[in-house]
Each structure stands twice: as structure tokens, then as C-alpha cells.
Unconditional design. Structure first.
Length: 414
């Protein structure tokens, strides 16, 4: 899953239905959002699906929608395995304002953000039901201990901008989240946040006052497409680096400092050829599993319960027939570096390389049984690798249990 990526991190060798483009010229688009006209419906894509490469974005496309009271905004999620919510309310407005004021390093820690529940704790564990299930509170405190809101509080009203907490719950690709704007909502800006990606996944709904004319639905779709294409362009070097991986230097995912809300959900290379008793080591970037012979019920992070609660599928995140991330061997501490001399005039200062990844040794495997690394969270400054030694000739499919279409093949020759 996507989390904050430090800006200092350079690219290393961190997920979505692409919204349809509108007309090229506004004059050719459907009627603009004119106050008093028929209420319009705007579409926001949550995350994105890209036909060629498997990527994910902790982003709303577009980031801002301008609309009038009485109109509707539909949020459609492109499910590539990354969980998302659409959450609004006065608590969210306060958190977004505080995030905007805070220095980059302090944004995840602002007090106003801590008042909002996490969808899934950063430290791991099950989904927090106050965030995972729908909840619409006019005022007052959130349920204690992360409990779900009462059933009456899960019935969605129109959004009037005054509710304290207005939460979609964990979004599903099967159903759009339809946000009906109340006719009495006041003009102004209303923040939108994802309760998993928090300080990195924010949007805005701007309510225009009559007689202001806003963009048409086609204009909004076009803006979302342009924003996605811009992020894809910036993420392209990270995608290419993964695809150029080799059996000697293999990758499970990649991220880029230039796109802190982007994640490459690909194995690189997708096909590896080795000999019996040789080892493959994947450099992990992002949050992924490396899993062989996974049963159907282990695939996918989300698990729906009959009572309406939504949970983390523990079979997808737990290691199986393998040590997990907790067993990683950290690299030896390096001695404190001698202070570098001041660079000569005109010289380019050197930047020390990042520390090597902590190593997770998955051990030997003969191709039988379910084997999985479990969820590995690997980010700049705290990177991990995962290794498997193959002891029997054969062709073995592997997959990430968290991200759809992230898969590969190891061919082991005698």
C-alpha cells in the first residue's frame, strides 16, 4: 500500500480505470454547470487503471471539482488492490487545513489528522470499522475504540457541508460512491480525504455561488485525464526500471520521489530463468507479497463479513511456509562518516548512497505447497529484499496477493 515517500529519495530499480476524455473544446461539451439549470453529475476517478502497466495512485482524478448546490459527484474507484475512502466533514476540513499549514515532515502527525480514524493501521492489523464502514455523523464524537457507527448513522444523507464526519467506508469497485450535494450547502471549499493515505490523498469540492458558471461534466473528466497522464509521465522511469530487472537484480514494485502518490505494481522481470539450487532475490519497493501456489481465499486484501463489516484478509498478509518481515536481517551499522570537505567552487556535492535493504531469507523451496513472504512494507530509508532458493526444476507462477495483475514466472532448469 502507498504511504508517504521522502522527497529526498531518488528513483530506485510507491493503483486505476482511466476516465474517458471529454470533448476537446468546451463549446462542444454538454451544457456547463449553470446555476438554476438541470442538476449535473460529475465523475471523479479514485485511483486509476492503465491498460499497459500495472500502477496505482493515491489520488482523486481530478483533485478538485467545482459544482453548485443540488448537483452530484460520483466517485468511481479503479480497484487495483489499494484501499481507499471518500471522507468529508468538518473534521476533515480542519485536518486538511492543518496539513496544508504544516511542514512536509510534520504533515502525517498534525493533531487534527489524528482525530480521524485510520482505515488500516500503518503498523498492520485489521481494518478499523469507524473508517471501513460507512458513517455519517451530524455532530459529536466518533465511536470509541474504532467501532462501527450505529446502523442509523450508516444511512447516507445529502452532504450539506455541516456534518462532522461523512465517510463512504472502504470503497468497492462494484459500486460508485454517490455524493449528492444538498441544495442548502453554502459556497466554499470542502475537503475530501482518504483514511488510508491520509495526508497524501486529498481533494476538494468547491461549491460555486450563483451566478458563477462552473466546468461541465466533460470538462471535469478531461481535467482528471490530464492529471493522470501527467503522473504517468513522471512515473515512467520507475516503470521502465522495473521492466528492465534481471534474475540477478529483480524487483517487486517501485516508487518515485517525483510521484509520491504513485506505485508501480509490477514484478521485474516478469519471467526469470535460473538453475536448480540458485536463488532469486527481489528488491521490494512499496507494500507487496511474493507468493507461490496461493489458494483462492488468500488473494485480495479485502474481506467482507456477513454482518456488513469489512476486514483485512489475514491470509493475504501473513507469511506462509516462510519467515516474514519481522525476521529480516538488518544491514550492519556503518561507522559515522568523516565530515566531507567543502566542495571546490563549481563542484557538485556528493550524496551518500541509501543503506542496503534488510534481508528476508525465504529459505529453500521445492515447488510444493503454498509459500508466501507475507506483506512486506519497504520504503526509502527502510528497505527490504526477499529471497527464495529453488531446489527442484519446474515452472513456478508467483503473484502479489495485495495487487491485482501483479504476477510473474520463475523457470528453474536442471
Amino acid at each position: 500500500m502507498l504511504r508517504r515517500i521522502p522527497v529526498w529519495f531518488a528513483l530506485l530499480a510507491l493503483a486505476l480505470g482511466l476516465v474517458a476524455c471529454g470533448e476537446d473544446e468546451k463549446a462542444k461539451a454538454p451544457a456547463a454547470a449553470t446555476p438554476g439549470a438541470t442538476a449535473l453529475v460529475f465523475t471523479v476517478q479514485v485511483d486509476a487503471k492503465v491498460p499497459v502497466n500495472n500502477v496505482a495512485f493515491a489520488a482523486y482524478f481530478p483533485k478538485e471539482v467545482k459544482a453548485h448546490a443540488g448537483e452530484t459527484v460520483e466517485f468511481k474507484v479503479a480497484d487495483r488492490g489499494e484501499p481507499h475512502t471518500v471522507t468529508l466533514g468538518t473534521l476533515v476540513d480542519a485536518a486538511a487545513a492543518a496539513i496544508g499549514r504544516a511542514p512536509a515532515a510534520d504533515k502525517p502527525k498534525v493533531a487534527e489528522l489524528q482525530k480521524l480514524p485510520e482505515l488500516i493501521p500503518a503498523t498492520g492489523g485489521d481494518a478499523i470499522q469507524t473508517a471501513a464502514q460507512p458513517c455519517y455523523l451530524e455532530s459529536g464524537a466518533l465511536p470509541a475504540g474504532g467501532a462501527a457507527c450505529a446502523k442509523a448513522q450508516q444511512q447516507q444523507p445529502e452532504f450539506n457541508g455541516k456534518q462532522a464526519y461523512y465517510n463512504s467506508g472502504w470503497l468497492s469497485a462494484e459500486k460508485a460512491f454517490v455524493l449528492k450535494l444538498s441544495k442548502d450547502i453554502l459556497p466554499g471549499n470542502y475537503a475530501v480525504i482518504c483514511l488510508l493515505h491520509r495526508d497524501t490523498m486529498l481533494g476538494t469540492i468547491t461549491i460555486l455561488a450563483p451566478p458563477q458558471i462552473g466546468p461541465s461534466p466533460a470538462d471535469v473528466t478531461k481535467a482528471g485525464t490530464a492529471e493522470l497522464e501527467d503522473k504517468l509521465t513522471k512515473l515512467r522511469p520507475a516503470i521502465d526500471a522495473v521492466l528492465k530487472g534481471t534474475a540477478a537484480v529483480a524487483f517487486a514494485g517501485n516508487i518515485a520521489a517525483t510521484v509520491p502518490d504513485g506505485l508501480v505494481s509490477e514484478f521485474g522481470p516478469k519471467e526469470l530463468a535460473i538453475k536448480v539450487d540458485e536463488t532469486v532475490t527481489w528488491n521490494v519497493l512499496g507494500k507487496h507479497t511474493i507468493s507461490f501456489n496461493a489458494p483462492k481465499d488468500a488473494k485480495g486484501l479485502r474481506q467482507n463479513a456477513p454482518d456488513g463489516s469489512v476486514h483485512v484478509n489475514m491470509k493475504s498478509v501473513a507469511p506462509e511456509n516462510s519467515p516474514g518481515q519481522a525476521a529480516a536481517v538488518k544491514p550492519a551499522a556503518t561507522p559515522a562518516a568523516t565530515p566531507a570537505a567543502t566542495p571546490a567552487a563549481g563542484a557538485t556535492p556528493t550524496t551518500p548512497p541509501p543503506p542496503p535493504p534488510a534481508k528476508i531469507d525465504g529459505g529453500k523451496w521445492d515447488g510444493t505447497g503454498f509459500k508466501s513472504s507475507g506483506s512486506i512494507r519497504s520504503l526509502p530509508g527502510d528497505r527490504y529484499s526477499y529471497s527464495v532458493t529453488f531446489t527442484k526444476a519446474g515452472t513456478y507462477q508467483f503473484t502479489c496477493l495485495l495487487h491485482d495483475r501483479m504476477e510473474g514466472t520463475v523457470k528453474v532448469g536442471s
